[in-house]
Structure formats: C-alpha cells, structure tokens
Design a protein around this ligand. Structure first.
Ligand code: AMP
Length: 278
C-alpha cells in the first residue's frame, strides 16, 4: 500500500495506473463503515485509492475541525487489511495553497437539512470532492448513505458539471444495536452511547408507520420527535425530516423512497442518520 502526501505525486502515480480506479474520500479515524466503502471499491475496480483529509473548508469556525479525531497509523493499519492500494493524505496547506479563491456551490438542495444548520458546509464538501476527483481521476467514487444529503449534493455536482465518473452509494453500516457507525460516536460517554440508539429507534418507528399505511409526514415527524424527547440525554433535535430523496423538499404526503433523516445532539456530539422508506 502506497502512502502519498503531495498532489503532484498523486497525479503522477495515477497516470501510471491501467484499468479502473476507485476513490473513497474520507476524513480518517476510520471504522467499519469506511472499510465497507473500500471493500466495495476494491471488489468493483482494479485500484482502490482512499483519501484521508480533514477538510477545513467544510467546518464552520465554531465546529470541531481542530478537535476532529485523527490517527493516521491506526487508519493505515486498517486500510492494509482491506487491501487498499493507495492512501492519499495531503496537508491542508497542500490542498489549499495561498490564494485559493475558487468554490463549487451546489444550490437549493444545500439550503435544507444539514445545509440549513451548517451554512457553507456543502460548499466545502463539493469543492474538496471536485479537487479530489481532478487529482485522482477515478472512474467511480464511493460515498456512504449515512451522509444522505452529501450523496445527493455530489451526484448533482457530477451530473450538472458533466464530470466523468460514477458515484456509488454504499448502505449505512450499523453497530449491533442499530446505531450508525461514525467517527463522532467516539465522543459519546457510555451513557450517551446507550442513549444514542434512539436515533435508530425513531427511524424504525417511521418505517413501521409507513409499513402500516400511514402517509402523513406531520404525524410521522411528530411521533419520531416524541420518541426522541423521551430520552433524557438528548440535548437538542436539529431536525427530523421526511423529504423527497432527490430534491430534499419536505413531503406533503409520504411517498415510496422518501428520505427520513434526522440530526440530534446527544451530549456534546451531534449525530445524523437516515433511512429510505421501502
Ligand atoms: P467521513 O470520514 O465521515 O467524511 O466519511 C467518509 C465516507 O464514509 C462518507 O462517504 C460517509 O458517508 C461514509 N460513511 C461514514 N460512516 C458510514 C457508515 N456508518 N456506513 C457507511 N458509510 C459511512
């Protein structure tokens, strides 16, 4: 497994790779959710490139950029085990040279949900993904359903800007009790960890209401919020949404493939999760 730290070297190495190249963009502090993306990437392509970059431009000043967990030796050991071929680990200065003034702004779908709570977040995400795509030139890029809006935004960008790659969606990997795996789960105290499963229970409740024929999104949100508020360690509910899975607009009537998503603060960490109704 080759570790690459500069853009120039990544570009040079890329040019020598015959066959399809897959890219798995991550911010590191890896868990089995990330590794599932790499396994898929390796199964479906000749080469698997993983990027580890905590992207400063997608964090607001009050967010956890400097505190974001980092452990490159641990990440590299995990990536060896799933046979990643290359790991691209640029520094923030390498990715954003002085004088960087170009941004990719995906409009409308970034005004809602995460974008509404975290203004500027998706501008940072779209810009860094565009840069990574240009540097690595993958045939396919792998993203987790866990960050559903991110996936919608990247698909939109790739389609709108006619980029030459396929965006692949990998289902959310969960802990045994249903909590979606996330680097941020590490911040949870043992009690908060037990409480955090309420996000998954709320999503299951929505799925159950849907299966029982309930098509009222207001009632669905109301019942989910009621369930979440019963958990005393919940600090704050940022949103509970029942939306169209492409436009991300809130639905007036729940339809098949609706995206049910939520963001909840449990203690310090803010957790997000979602399901698509089947
Ligand atoms: P991050 O390091 O949090 O930026 O995540 C990197 C990629 O891994 C993103 O495409 C995420 O959606 C994906 N990911 C994170 N957690 C999970 C999970 N539990 N299951 C599947 N994919 C995930």
């Amino acid at each position: 497994m080759k570790v690459i730290e500069t853009i120039a070297e990544m570009k040079r190495v890329r040019l020598e790779l015959p066959g399809s190249v897959a890219l798995v963009p991550t911010m590191g502090y890896l868990h089995d959710g990330h590794l599932e993306l790499v396994r898929r990437a390796k199964a479906e392509n000749r080469w698997g490139v993983v990027s580890i970059f905590v992207n400063p431009t997608q964090f607001a000043p009050h967010e956890d950029y400097t505190a974001y967990l980092r452990d490159i030796p641990r990440d590299l050991a995990m990536l060896e085990k799933v046979n990643a071929d290359m790991v691209f680990i640029p520094s923030a200065d390498e990715m954003y040279r002085t004088g960087h003034h170009t941004w990719v702004n995906v409009e409308q779908i970034t005004d809602r949900l995460e974008g509404e709570i975290r203004p500027g977040h998706f501008r940072g995400v779209a810009t860094v993904c565009n840069k990574l795509f240009n540097i690595v030139q993958p045939a396919r890029a792998y993203f987790g359903q866990k960050d559903a809006q991110q996936l919608v935004v990247i698909r939109r960008m790739v389609s709108d800007l006619n980029m030459n790659l396929e965006v692949v969606n990998v289902p959310t990997v969960r802990e045994a009790d249903g909590l979606a795996m996330s680097s941020r789960n590490t911040y949870l105290s043992p009690d908060e960890r037990r409480a955090a499963v309420v996000l998954y229970h709320a999503l299951k409740l929505a799925q159950k209401m849907w299966s029982q024929g309930d098509r009222d999104p207001h009632r669905m949100r109301h019942e989910m919020i009621k369930l979440i508020e019963e958990e005393p360690l919940v600090e704050k509910i940022d949103y509970v949404s029942v939306a169209d899975s492409e436009t991300l607009e809130e639905l007036h009537e729940v339809s098949p493939r609706a995206l049910v998503s939520l963001a909840v603060k449990i203690g310090r960490p803010r957790l997000i999760d979602n399901i698509v109704l089947e």
